[in-house]
Design a protein around this ligand. Structure first.
Ligand SMILES: *Cc1c(COP(=O)(O)O)cnc(C)c1O
Length: 401
């Protein structure tokens, strides 16, 4: 079984590049260039150096002693929350800005939901002195004022989007429209393993530094290069793709993906795309998609803005269809509970997205000798308002136990 993209960008029946004619030459140019450029020695050196000196890699692989005690197994946390800008997203934006420079582009556009990818993109644009436009839905702009200010301070123009639900899907549509109008000088930095080929494969490769480091760090700490389980949350699927990358064909390792069940998978307010989705095409890719009987995209819901997307990276649709990965779904409630638990037990406040991965620990039974590596995709600073509003319920629940 092959879990990597074939040369046309398909993972089984999922993936491909379904794009308007006007973008064809752009996407084709990217497809012809990305592997060649990524394999150039000068690119690899510059990418490595920035990941290390600028983003702060390698991120630690931390043995969570108290959490392990509670779940009676051995849990390591891959600390992507300690990266510059607070999440794994910087790995991808560093990679893509270096690529854009080598392709002779002067202008960068991006879409953002919570603003995390927008901030990571604005950050590398400041670093490389590139023009930066970030599309963001008006609903998200209102919810994420701090990230909007950060992007502006970094020199980016944040363009409000007022179509549809005024959230991530709509911002993505606007970014694609912009790209259609400026095909020559503009590179579109997509923030996850979604979009037309080669984006899902390219983003997975930039994020694969996560599993490369896990392999090395686990060897140093445990004398074995593979864990029994890898656990990650999935929105579009980039931190999960990076966590799994070097283990996809390693059948010793069980892969667990956790999507956002929102208020419950069957509540009508959910973002559990793999559970609820049917085959369709969104943003240039054939994948699983939350949609109505007649193919209209259903608005997703999750407490965590980063998981609030109606599609899913095609690689994850394939990992689910083949049974290679087990797909769990955590509700808002379960995720918040897990976030308060990690904070109280390990002194780490996780992003709400990452809290969904943590919620998987309570859903599974592990053996005491199992080694679990769970990716903490980001830190919780951006979610403090949400946590504060739930404080009484969750913090008191923990301290009274
Ligand atoms: C954006 C984001 C996610 C979801 O994106 P993926 O592409 O699925 O990784 C998860 N965690 C954090 C902290 C994020 O910022």
């Amino acid at each position: 079984m092959n879990y990597q993209a074939d040369q046309h960008g398909y993972y089984g029946i999922f993936g491909g590049a379904y794009i308007p004619e006007i973008l064809h030459s752009n996407v084709e140019h990217l497809r012809e260039s990305y592997l060649r450029i990524m394999n150039e020695e000068s690119f690899r050196q510059e990418f490595r150096a920035l990941l290390c000196d600028y983003a702060g890699r390698p991120s630690p692989l931390y043995f969570a002693r108290r959490l392990s005690g509670k779940y009676r197994t051995r849990i390591y946390l891959k600390r992507e929350d300690l990266n510059h800008t607070g999440a794994h997203k910087i790995n991808n934006t560093i990679g893509q800005i270096l690529l854009a420079q080598r392709m002779g582009k002067q202008r960068i556009i991006a879409e953002t939901g919570a603003g995390q990818h927008g901030v990571a993109t604005a950050t590398v644009c400041a670093l490389m002195n590139m023009q930066c436009v970030v599309y963001m839905g008006e609903t998200d702009i209102a919810r994420q004022a701090l990230n909007v200010r950060k992007m502006q301070m970094l020199g980016a123009e944040v363009r409000p989007v007022n179509s549809g639900n005024k959230t991530l899907k709509d911002a993505t549509n606007e970014a694609i429209r912009d790209w259609c109008c400026h095909p020559d000088n503009t590179h579109y930095i997509i923030g996850s393993t979604v979009g037309p080929h080669p984006y899902p494969d390219m983003v997975a490769r930039f994020q694969s530094v996560i599993s490369e480091e896990i392999r090395q760090q686990l060897t140093e700490k445990e004398g074995r290069d593979a864990p029994d389980y890898l656990i990650a949350c999935v929105g579009g699927g980039s931190n999960a793709a990076g966590t799994f990358y070097h283990y996809l064909n390693d059948e010793r390792v069980k892969l667990i993906e956790v999507e956002a069940a929102g208020k419950g998978i069957d509540s009508g307010q959910s973002a559990a795309t793999i559970h609820l989705g049917r085959e369709g095409i969104i943003h240039g890719s054939r994948t699983l998609l939350m949609q109505t009987e007649d193919g209209q995209i259903t608005e997703p819901y999750s407490i965590s803005a980063g998981l609030d997307y109606p599609g899913i990276g095609p690689v994850h649709a394939h990992l689910a269809a083949t049974g290679r990965a087990e797909i769990l779904a955590a509700t808002d409630e379960e995720a918040v509970q897990a976030a308060f638990e990690l904070t109280a037990m390990e002194g780490i406040i996780p992003a709400l997205e990452s809290a969904h991965a943590l919620a998987a620990l309570a859903m599974k039974t592990f053996r005491t000798e199992d080694i679990i590596v769970l990716t903490v995709s980001g830190r919780g600073d951006k979610d403090m308002e949400t946590y504060s509003s739930l404080f009484e319920r969750f913090a008191l629940k923990l301290s009274s136990k």
